[in-house]
Write a protein that binds this ligand. Structure first.
Ligand code: DGT
Ligand code: CA
Ligand code: CA
Ligand code: ZN
Length: 595
């Protein structure tokens, strides 16, 4: 964790403690400051060293009081006021507020009434029926809390892809520059682009494992070396565990295949190998037909891995230097890592039926973006220029409309939407890219769309998204929105926020069928907090013939980069370029919108 992250995390905890005590206004000041410090490109310790507290106030939203607390932390390792708050209420604030429906004020009430300090305490109190007895709580709240605890527990163990991928990219470029490294790649869930990541797995090919391990253990980005052996090491970077393994070049492909997983995919691969008298493991593919029945030792257990026992390299080696050779040995084509989830990919790879997956290069534009008209950063002109710089052929301006789920005056009313439309048309007139004038309307709990029909009809593109009432079953409201004649795209259809809330339940077969019939696209929102639709739903949608839109929901130009998370989610959902609306050129998109 960088110092900026550490300070931001502490300020957020202070905000929670103050909110728990019903303090007005200050909590939001602390949270805004925390966001700005986290996003600030200069390290707080550098500012502090060069210009003391004054320099710290150069960060947006950081005033004297917060600058002084930041300086205190940098100088003493603590913030006295936070220590006092913690002493007064010794709760695991972060863990408890991770439970959906539990905010700082709930934490305070349950601490005072029942002495709840930890997730375990919370669970015990709910199971014992004690929470329903506390004033302001009831059986329904208690039930919700109990239901949401496992999700909170799980989410605290896994990092977002959007946090882990940048760490992995840094690890790769560091290792690539090391002389002892011949090849390097990520493996594990990260290479499969799962939306959340347990740890980062990095694999190196090299003949001098110790030299690679030594370099890695000395990597300046590593906050902590967890372990370091002769061919394996683990370090912690920004709170994430990064596991390194070094193998000899001849075994790199087999190791990469093995450590990419998923486990279920590997089990299926090994079963197919056994039918051919082959043994597949992390060292290679071996012909064991001469060894008799014991030779194909028990590989279906989950124990293999740590022990480079010579017994693992039995029989004649037939493959292993490349991944392609491993798959070829079992009669299959190379399987893109995103598909390796045991969802039929090995059968497809054997029958020459793998999809030609979409790539980021296929994406021609972004159809869900925000400007300063609502809660985005850029002007309309700024967004359009940024889209051109990014290499897009077109961009849609889709600011929030007012309506359910929009707080603090963020959304535009009908009149403001018309005003904005005039500006968008003016910018479009001499822009380097095609510009679609649009809106992100809210889908109400009843499926209504929060903008007048005549305004919607003037716009080129209507994204409709659920932003409120995100529990229970959301199928009917989505079906109603899809039925609306002006809706073109359903944005982040389930409303999930990874590690924060699961979103509403959706009968994806019905929703996808309706979307296909009505010519409405379903979004993969590429924001790494969302990745909504999830890949398993994408597969269902594509099979139903629905069109997918891969959009970043950018609120600032740098967020165009999120497109890769969306594209890889699409790939995990077996999407080809033809399935994706914004892989079409601008005329193709126009035809879809008008159709
Ligand atoms: P994660 O880290 O929880 O997000 O998920 P993975 O898939 O990265 O899992 P990880 O880091 O435990 O192991 C990386 C890969 O190595 C995994 O996808 C498959 C392979 N692998 C690890 N341990 C075993 C094992 O005991 N048996 C089998 N068959 N494969 C394993
Ligand atoms: Ca992993
Ligand atoms: Ca691992
Ligand atoms: Zn939205």
């Amino acid at each position: 964790m960088s110092r900026n992250d550490e300070v931001a995390t502490l300020l957020e905890e202070m905000a929670d403690h103050l909110e728990a005590r019903d303090v007005d206004y200050k909590p939001s000041v602390y949270r805004r400051a925390a966001d700005s410090i986290r996003a600030h490109t200069v390290a707080v310790e550098t500012l502090h060293e060069t210009g003391g507290e004054d320099a710290l106030t150069e960060i947006d939203d950081v005033g004297d009081a917060i600058a002084s607390k930041t300086a205190e932390y940098l100088e003493t390792g603590d913030i006295g006021e936070l220590e006092e708050l913690r002493e007064e209420m010794p709760v695991e604030m972060d863990a408890l507020t991770a439970v959906e429906g539990v905010g700082p004020k709930t934490v305070a009430s349950l601490y005072e009434a029942l002495g709840v300090e930890t997730l375990d305490d919370l669970e015990a109190a709910a199971e014992a029926g004690e929470i329903r007895e506390v004033s302001g709580f009831g059986p329904k709240t208690e039930e919700n809390i109990l239901e949401n605890i496992p999700f909170a527990r799980e989410s605290r163990k896994r990092s977002l892809l959007g946090e882990a991928r940048p760490v992995a990219d840094r690890a790769l470029s560091f290792l690539e520059s090391q002389p002892a490294v011949e090849r390097v790649d990520v493996a594990g869930s990260l290479r499969r682009w799962r939306p959340t990541i347990g740890d980062v797995d990095v694999l190196v090919a090299g003949d001098d494992g110790q030299a690679v391990v030594d370099a890695f253990a000395g990597w300046e980005a590593a906050d902590d070396v967890i372990e370091a052996g002769t061919s394996k090491a683990s370090v912690r970077v920004d709170g994430l565990r990064v596991d390194l393994r070094v193998v000899v070049p001849a075994e790199f492909g087999a190791a990469l295949q093995y450590f990419t997983g998923s486990k279920d995919h590997n089990v299926e691969l090994r079963n197919r190998a056994i039918e051919r008298d082959l043994k597949v493991n992390e060292y290679g593919v071996f012909d064991v037909s001469e060894l008799g029945s014991d030779g194909s030792s028990d590989e279906s257990d989950a124990s293999g891995g740590d022990d480079p026992d010579a017994g693992q390299r039995v029989g004649e080696r037939v493959a292993g230097e490349t991944e392609e050779s491993v798959y070829e040995a079992v009669g299959a084509a190379w399987v893109p890592p995103e598909l390796r989830e045991d969802r039929g990919e090995l059968a497809a790879a054997t029958d020459d039926a793998l999809p030609e997956l979409v790539t980021t290069a296929d994406v021609a534009g972004d159809l869900h973006c925000h400007t300063a008209w609502s809660d985005g950063e850029p002007t309309v002109a700024g967004l359009v220029d940024a889209a051109a710089d990014f290499g897009h052929d077109y961009v849609a301006v889709t600011d929030h409309a007012t309506g359910p789920g929009m707080v603090g005056g963020v959304g535009l009313d009908d009149e403001e939407l018309r005003e904005q439309l005039a500006e968008v048309r003016a910018v479009a007139a001499d822009a380097d890219v095609d510009v679609f004038a649009g809106v992100e309307a809210n889908i109400g709990a009843d499926g209504s769309v929060s903008v007048a029909d005549d305004v919607l009809a003037e716009l080129d593109l209507v994204v409709a998204s659920p932003h409120s009432a995100l529990d229970g079953d959301g199928t009917d409201r989505l079906l109603a929105a899809i039925d609306h004649p002006e809706v073109d795209v359903v944005g982040h259809p389930t409303g999930r926020l990874l590690n924060q809330r699961p979103g509403h339940d959706v009968d994806i077969e019905r929703v996808a069928g309706a979307a296909a019939d009505e010519g409405v696209a379903l979004e993969i929102n590429a924001n790494p907090n969302r990745l909504d639709l999830r890949s398993s739903y994408v597969t269902v949608a594509v099979e139903a013939g629905a069109t997918i839109a891969v959009d970043t929901d950018a609120h600032r130009p740098a967020a165009f980069d999120y497109v890769r998370y969306g594209v890889h989610t699409a790939r995990r959902g077996w999407c080809e370029p033809d399935d994706v609306l914004n892989c079409r050129d601008a005329d193709g998109v126009r035809a879809f919108l008008e159709g």
